[in-house]
Design a protein around this ligand. Structure first.
Ligand SMILES: C[S@@+](CC[C@H](N)C(=O)[O-])C[C@H]1O[C@@H](n2cnc3c(N)ncnc32)[C@H](O)[C@@H]1O
Length: 246
């Protein structure tokens, strides 16, 4: 039975929004999007049942992971930044970022999907650097961080903030791209990319991603596995799932 606030399909698909996530609206009907993660959910190692848990999705964009965690039974809060340009944009890139984002309203896709699914996920406009339990209505049992550390100046600082909102022993699920070539190296390394791209700071190798997590104070680090997700540009992203405990 559709709920009263459900938008028409045409409203969702016709919205002036550049979708990041391919989202299933009905069997065989999806939003367009930059990346289709539906086949890769299990590779993240997200626990199948999250009933009774409170979860946080960091850098939610259209909300793919937030809605997935809600489907698995969690009570979910999601955060993202709404400033244009986003806070980590270097001064030299402001004009390029502003031109690219011209006219876009952050959260448009998320709010449409929330109404479409009749979801209770709450989206808050909070930067990961400003995370505190108060900023998200209390501590959480699980934090999901997907494809976000690469966009930050200070990934370790962000992970420190993430750790502070987790209950003691709470779980971090990271699902981040790693650099294919540097993955051959055992030493921790990250490729610095702000010299040539607008959005991305780092492409780490797995050893570097692990060290970011332990440097931020997490323990019980476990590699869940990798997968290859093809984005709309045809680029194959190698995503590594790492789990750890606060
Ligand atoms: C590449 S998208 C990843 C979306 C989603 N997490 C996923 O795994 O598919 C990166 C997201 O991180 C958000 N983001 C960037 N800087 C952030 C910050 N300082 N705090 C919170 N979110 C941020 C972006 O706005 C964007 O929604």
């Amino acid at each position: 039975m559709p709920h009263a606030d459900r938008p028409a399909l045409a409203e969702v698909l016709g919205a002036p929004h550049r979708w990041y996530h391919v989202m299933e609206l009905a069997p065989g009907v999806t939003t367009p999007g930059f990346i289709d993660l539906r086949r890769h959910v299990e590779a993240s190692g997200l626990p199948p049942a999250l009933h009774g848990q409170r979860a946080l999705d960091v850098g939610t964009f259209d909300g793919f992971w937030a809605f997935e965690m809600e489907r698995r039974g969690a009570q979910v809060v999601a955060i993202d930044v709404d400033q244009i340009p986003p806070p980590d944009t270097p001064r030299s890139r402001w004009a390029a970022v502003q031109a690219e984002l011209d006219g876009s309203v952050p959260g448009t896709g998320f709010e449409l999907l929330k109404r479409w699914y009749g979801s209770s996920v709450e989206r808050r406009s909070v930067s990961v650097y400003d995370l505190t339990p108060q900023a998200i209505g209390g501590p959480v049992d699980l934090v999901f961080v997907g494809a976000m550390l690469l966009h930050l100046r200070d990934p370790v600082g962000a992970l420190e903030r993430v750790r502070e909102v987790l209950r003691p022993g709470g779980r971090l699920v990271l699902f981040e791209p790693v650099d294919r070539e540097l993955s051959r190296k055992k030493e921790p390394m990250a490729r610095f990319l702000q010299g040539g791209t607008v959005w991305t700071w780092w492409y780490p190798n797995p050893a570097c991603l692990r060290d970011w997590v332990t440097t931020a104070g997490f323990g019980e680090l476990r590699e869940h596995g990798t997968c290859e997700a093809v984005d709309a540009t045809g680029n194959k992203q190698r995503l590594l799932a790492l789990h750890a405990r606060a």
